[in-house]
Design a protein around this ligand. Structure first.
Ligand SMILES: O=C(O)CCC(=O)C(=O)O
Ligand SMILES: [Fe+2]
Length: 292
C-alpha cells in the first residue's frame, strides 16, 4: 500500500516525514528510563505486554456487542469483525459506543486490572487510578480520527494523565493504526494555544470548537515539523502517550472490510485531582452537565 491517509488526506511519505514508532521494551525494567523517554518522545510503544487471552476475550465481547446492533457480517466468524455491508449504521463515536453498548467485563478486566495497572504503578512509582470511562473504538472502513491533543477533552484533572491506546486484535497500518507526531509534546506554542483549550468550557472555547486541531495531518506537520510515526500493531501491544502528544489514526482501508477495534483509556497517580467528566458508573462526559 503506497498511500496512507487520515480523514481522506494523504500523508507525505518521505523518510523525513513518515516513519516507524520505536519500541521501548528494552527499558521496561527501569522506571526512570521510561519516564525520561516519555518526556523526550511523548510516547512509549510496548510490544506484547498485555495478556493475549484477555485481548482475545475483549475482541469477542466487542464483536458480540456490534453484532447485537447488526454491524457484523454473519457470513464470517464473529471474531473476524467483518462489517455488515447491508447496514448503513453510522460510524459511532467512542462516547456513542459507551452510551449504546457500554464497556463489558472483558474490557474492564483488560484495561482496569492486571498488566495494565501493573505497568502504570511501575511507571509512576505510586498508586494509580484510571479514569472510569472507557473509550471503545469500532472504526469502520473509510473512517479515522483527526489530529488532536487529548488534553482538550480531559484536561480538568491531573497533568500527569496518560493515554493507553490498545489494539484489540492486530491493527496493521492498512486497517487504521494510530499515528503520533514526533516531537509534538514539545510544540510549546501549540500547547499553549490550541493545546490549552477545554472543549466543554465556553471561556477557553468561545467558538464551540469540536476539539480536534485539523483533519489534515500534513497541515500540522508543515506548521511545526516532525515525522508522523506509526506501525503495524499486534494483539498484546500497547501504545502510551501524553495529553500533549498530537495523534490521529490512519483511515481504515481494510481489504477484508474488517472493523478496526481498539480501546483507549487513561491513567494518573491516584493522589492527583481527577477530571470529573470521566468518573463514576455513568460519567457526565461532554453532556450539558460538563459545560462551563
Ligand atoms: O483510535 C482512534 O482512532 C483514536 C484514538 C485516540 O484519539 C486516543 O486513543 O486518544
Ligand atoms: Fe486521542
Amino acid at each position: 500500500m503506497s498511500e496512507w491517509t487520515s480523514c481522506g488526506y494523504s500523508f507525505e511519505l518521505s523518510p523525513s516525514k513518515f516513519g516507524e514508532l520505536r519500541s521501548s521494551n528494552e527499558i521496561l525494567g527501569n522506571r526512570y528510563k521510561l519516564q525520561k523517554r516519555m518526556q523526550e518522545d511523548g510516547y512509549l510503544l510496548l510490544r506484547q505486554i498485555l495478556d493475549l487471552d484477555l485481548v482475545e476475550n475483549c475482541r469477542l465481547e466487542l464483536a458480540e456487542k456490534l453484532d447485537s446492533i447488526g454491524d457484523i457480517d454473519q457470513r464470517y466468524p464473529l471474531i473476524d469483525a467483518i462489517q455488515n455491508p447491508e447496514t448503513q449504521n453510522a460510524q459511532m463515536s467512542a462516547t456513542g459506543f459507551a452510551k449504546k453498548l457500554g464497556a463489558g467485563p472483558a474490557v474492564r478486566k483488560l484495561v482496569h486490572e492486571g498488566k495494565m495497572i501493573d505497568f502504570y504503578t511501575h511507571f509512576f512509582g505510586q498508586s494509580v487510578r484510571p479514569l472510569d470511562f472507557v473509550w471503545v473504538r469500532s472504526m469502520r472502513v473509510g473512517h479515522s480520527a483527526p489530529c488532536h491533543y487529548d488534553w482538550v477533552y480531559m484536561g480538568r484533572g491531573s497533568n500527569r494523565l496518560l493515554t493507553s491506546w490498545t489494539p484489540i486484535g492486530s491493527v496493521p497500518k492498512i486497517e487504521g493504526a494510530l499515528a503520533v507526531l514526533e516531537g509534538s509534546n514539545h510544540f510549546d506554542e501549540l500547547i499553549q494555544g490550541y493545546g490549552s483549550i477545554d472543549v466543554d468550557d465556553q471561556s477557553s472555547n468561545p467558538h464551540k470548537f469540536k476539539g480536534s486541531y485539523t483533519k489534515n495531518p500534513v497541515e500540522v506537520q508543515r506548521q511545526f515539523g516532525g515525522r508522523w510515526l506509526t506501525t503495524d500493531f499486534q494483539a498484546g501491544d500497547l501504545l502510551i502517550f501524553t495529553m500533549h502528544t498530537m495523534h490521529c489514526s490512519l483511515d481504515n482501508q481494510s481489504p477484508d472490510n474488517r472493523i478496526r477495534l481498539s480501546i483507549d483509556t487513561r491513567y494518573q497517580p491516584a493522589i492527583d485531582q481527577v477530571d470529573e467528566r470521566w468518573v463514576g458508573d455513568h460519567p457526565i462526559a461532554h453532556s450539558d452537565a460538563a459545560k462551563r
